[in-house]
Write a protein that binds this ligand. Structure first.
Ligand code: HXC
Length: 261
C-alpha cells in the first residue's frame, strides 16, 4: 500500500506535512486510510531530507472524527479485532518514529482521532478543536490505544471520566488536562506548528532523537531501569560530533552548526 489518496504528504524544507484527506467523512479512518497513513509516516521517517513530521486533517472542520463507523458497522468481531490491531500498529509506528511528530489539530479529534493525536509527540490545537473518546456511545471502547495513552497522558481518574462519559471537550479544557500542549487561533495553527518544527530542526538531530527514545521507552520501565536507559542514550549523544560542536560553539559565543553526526 502506498499513500496519495486518503493521505497526502508534501515535503517543505525538511518538514513533511501529512494530511488525512477524507473531508467528506470528517477524515474518518477506514482501513485503507490507516494503511496509507502507515506508508506515509514510514516514508517520511526514512527520507533523509525530512527532519520533523506534522500530521493534520483536511478541511476546516475535523482533524480526524474517529474510526470509520460506516466501515466498522459491517465487521464481524474478528474483523473488528483486525481493524483494532491495524490501528494500534499504525499508531505505535508513529509513536516510535525516529523523527519528532507534531499533531496539528484543526478540528474534531474524536475517538481514533484523539488516539492518533496522542500517538504524536506534541499536540497543538486550534482554539475551535474538540476532543473526546465517544466510543461508549457506539457500544465499544477506544481501541487504537486510547484507554492506555489517555490514562498515561492525563491520569487514570480523568481518563475514566472522559471515556465512561464519552464527553466532548474544548481545546482549552484539553489543554488544562495536558491532552493539548498548546492552543492557538485557527489561522495560526500551521504557522505555529511550522515554527515549533523549525525550532526543533535547529537543534542537534541525534540529541532530539535520543530524547524521544529515552522518554518513550523510559516511561514503560521502572524508574531505575529508565534512568539507566537515559545514561545510554546520553552516551550516544556524547559520542557525536554535534556534541563537540554544541559545546565549542557555546564557549566561542557563536551559534552551533549541527551536522546531524
Ligand atoms: C464515518 C463519519 C464519522 C465517522 C463523521 N462522519 N464522523 N463517518 N465515521 N467517525 C461523516 C458523517 O456520517 C457525515 O457523512 C459527515 O461525516 C459529516 O458529519 P456530520 O455528522 O453530518 O457533521 P456534524 O453534524 O457537524 O457532526 C460532527 C460530529 C459527528 C460531532 C463530529 O459527525 C460525530 O459525532 N461523528 C462521530 C464521532 C465518533 O463517534 N467518533 C468515534 C468513532 S469510534 P454524510 O454522508 O451523512 O454527509 C472510534 C473507535 C476507534 O474512533 C477504535 C476502533 C478500533
Amino acid at each position: 500500500m502506498t499513500y496519495g489518496t486518503n493521505v497526502t504528504m508534501t515535503n517543505e524544507d525538511g518538514l513533511a506535512l501529512i494530511t488525512v484527506n477524507r473531508p467528506q467523512a470528517l477524515n474518518a479512518l477506514n482501513c485503507d486510510t490507516l494503511e496509507e497513513l502507515r506508508a506515509a509516516v514510514l516514508a517520511a521517517d526514512k527520507d533523509p531530507a525530512v527532519r520533523v513530521i506534522i500530521i493534520t486533517g483536511a478541511g476546516a472542520k475535523a482533524f480526524v472524527a474517529g474510526a470509520d463507523i460506516a466501515q466498522m458497522r459491517g465487521l464481524s468481531p474478528l474483523e473488528g479485532r483486525d481493524m483494532t490491531i491495524l490501528g494500534q500498529e499504525v499508531f505505535a509506528a508513529i509513536e516510535n518514529l525516529a523523527k519528532p511528530v507534531i499533531a496539528a489539530i484543526n478540528g474534531f479529534a474524536l475517538g481514533g482521532g484523539c488516539e492518533l493525536a496522542m500517538a504524536c509527540d506534541i499536540r497543538v490545537a486550534a482554539a475551535t478543536a474538540k476532543f473526546g473518546q465517544p466510543e461508549v456511545n457506539l457500544g465499544i471502547i477506544p481501541g487504537f490505544g486510547g484507554t492506555q495513552r489517555l490514562s498515561r497522558l492525563i491520569g487514570k481518574g480523568r481518563a475514566k471520566y472522559c471515556i465512561f462519559t464519552g464527553r466532548m471537550m474544548s481545546a482549552q479544557e484539553a489543554y488544562q488536562l495536558g491532552l493539548a500542549d498548546k492552543v492557538v487561533e485557527p489561522d495560526e495553527l500551521l504557522p505555529v506548528c511550522r515554527e515549533i518544527a523549525a525550532t526543533i530542526m535547529s537543534k542537534a538531530p541525534v540529541a532530539v532523537m535520543m530524547a524521544k527514545k529515552a522518554i518513550n521507552h523510559g516511561l514503560d520501565m521502572d524508574l531505575g531501569s529508565a534512568v539507566a536507559y537515559e545514561a545510554e542514550a546520553y552516551t550516544t549523544c556524547f559520542a557525536t560530533a554535534d556534541r563537540v560542536e554544541g559545546m565549542t560553539a557555546f564557549l566561542e559565543k557563536r551559534p552551533a552548526a549541527f551536522a546531524g553526526k
